[in-house]
Every structure is written in C-alpha cells, then in structure tokens.
Design a binder for this molecule. Structure first.
Ligand code: GLU
Length: 277
C-alpha cells in the first residue's frame, strides 16, 4: 500500500489537513506500506516556500515520516506537458481563450454554472479550436464528451472510503457536472486534474486518500487515467473537518492552524482527538 498527502503550499495546514494526512498515514502504517508527501505547487502565483516549510514542520510534529526528497510538482513540468500532448494527439483537447469574466457572461442561467469543487461549468464556447493552435496565454481544456467516447465502454473505479464504499461506474452525467475542465493553465503550468493523475501513477500510489470535496472529480480522474493508459488506484474519500458553524475549514481559518495549536502547547495526540481519530 502506498498513500500520499498532497497539499498545495498556499497557506498554513489546519485541522482538516491533519485529519487527511493522519488518515493516509494510518492506512499505510496498518498495511505495512509507505506514506508519501507531495507538494502540489503548480500555482506559482499562490505557492510560497514558507508554507512548504510549515507543512514539513507540522507533519513532522504530528509524528509522520516520508521518503525524501519529496516530489515538488513545479520541478516536473515536462512530465505533465507530455501527458497533455498525448491527450491532444487523441483529439480530446482544445484551446480556450475565454477569460473568467467571459465565461460568467456566457452562462445564461446561474444554475448552469453551479460550481462543482469551486469551479464553474464551462459553456464550451471554444470547443472548435484545436489545441495545437493554442496561442501563449490560452488554456487547454478537455472535451469531456469526446474523451468519454474514446474510453472503454464500462469504465469503473473502486472507492473504499466510508461514504461511498464500493465499485462505481464512470457516468456521462457525472462528467457533465464538471464540464470541460482546464488541463493546461493560461500561465503554461498543468492544472490540478492532469497533474494529480500523472503523479499518482508516477509515484505508484495504490490508495488516493483525500477529502470528500474531491469525490465529484473522481470519475474525471478515472477517465484521464484510461486515456493515458495509467493504472487506476483505489480511492478513499474522507469526511471534512468543519468548524463550530458546520462550515468546512479553509486555509484562511488561521484559528485552526496546526502551528497555532502547537504554539499553545497542544500535543499531537490531542490533535488526533480533536479530529476524531
Ligand atoms: N493539492 C490538493 C489540495 O490541496 C490535493 C488534492 C488531492 O489530494 O488529490 O487540495
């Protein structure tokens, strides 16, 4: 068993991250497997070395260990570019020159753009533009309908997290709920959906442990794996840690930052209790 914790170094770790990392760590330990840390720092505008240093410190304080050096995504751009080229060769990508504001304006009814995982469903304005013609500063999107047509007819994935345990089929309707996601960002970096799939395979991750908020993205990740001939891991989506008002914790919730608990003399065992482990 190989699990991973894959934070983006865009803020301090909080209780929700501790729960995710500890869940991945406990699963690996129980099976005599390996726990890996991966730094998802492709968003160079928001990633900061100081946050990466904090992540390392917090996880070590919790008692976690992982092989080094860690995989830092910003150092492996050619790997994602190769995967994107492969998808382009399959004819399932297109170049998109829409700015965020254009996309919002093109969405006639607000419910058409209901955000899934914080993203807006793209209306497909640029679908006819070949990715090979992309100008610098244009995003590359996945044509989800075409991608699904190329994938094996019965595409399935296995979940072993408590809320959705079992075998699931990749359904067109679930993919439609995500829309034509961005795979290549306007700044030239790979987008999360592509990089996560490439690196989970590259690192031989057997069990992808992550928050329930990413459950809706799983059919898409399975689809990308199929198109890229990558092995499919088992997924384990866990509950989200919420604040007293029931809102999920965000990076800006400094009050629940692990560093803050640590400074106040809270012990790692207390953190486990606080997140219900
Ligand atoms: N970098 C992602 C995050 O910070 C991790 C997502 C994943 O585990 O697949 O939410």
């Amino acid at each position: 068993m190989r699990t991973r914790f894959a934070p983006s170094p865009t803020g301090p770790l909080h209780l929700g991250h501790a729960f995710s990392a500890l869940t991945a760590w406990d699963l690996a330990r129980a099976a005599g497997g390996v726990f890996l840390l991966r730094i998802e720092d492709l968003d160079q505008g928001r990633s900061r070395p100081v946050f990466e240093a904090g992540i390392t410190e917090d996880l070590a304080w919790l008692g976690l260990e992982w092989p080094r050096p860690v995989l830092r995504q910003s150092e492996h751009r050619p790997r994602y570019a190769a995967a994107l080229d492969r998808l382009t060769a399959l004819g399932v990508t297109y170049a998109c020159r829409c700015a965020r504001a254009d996309i919002r304006a093109a969405l006639s009814a607000p419910q058409d753009g209901a955000p899934v995982s914080g993203e807006v469903i793209y209306p497909g304005t640029c679908r006819g533009r070949p990715a090979a013609m992309a100008a610098p500063g244009e995003a590359i999107r996945l044509n989800v309908v075409r991608a699904l047509a190329l994938a094996p007819a019965r595409l399935e994935f296995v979940e072993d997290g408590p809320a959705h345990r079992g075998r699931h089929r990749v359904e067109a309707a679930d993919l439609a709920g995500l829309g034509d996601v961005v795979l290549g960002r306007r700044d030239g970096a790979a987008a999360y959906h592509l990089a996560v799939v490439v690196d989970d395979a590259h690192q031989g991750i057997s069990h992808v442990v992550r928050g329930e908020d990413l459950w809706p993205a799983t059919p898409l990740h399975r689809l990308l794996q199929a198109l890229l001939d990558l092995p499919s891991p088992v997924w384990h989506h866990h509950r989200l840690i919420r604040d007293a008002a029931g809102k999920r914790l965000a990076k800006r919730d400094d009050a629940r930052a692990l560093a803050r608990y640590r400074a106040e003399g809270v012990a790692p065992a207390d953190i486990r209790r606080l997140v219900g482990l």
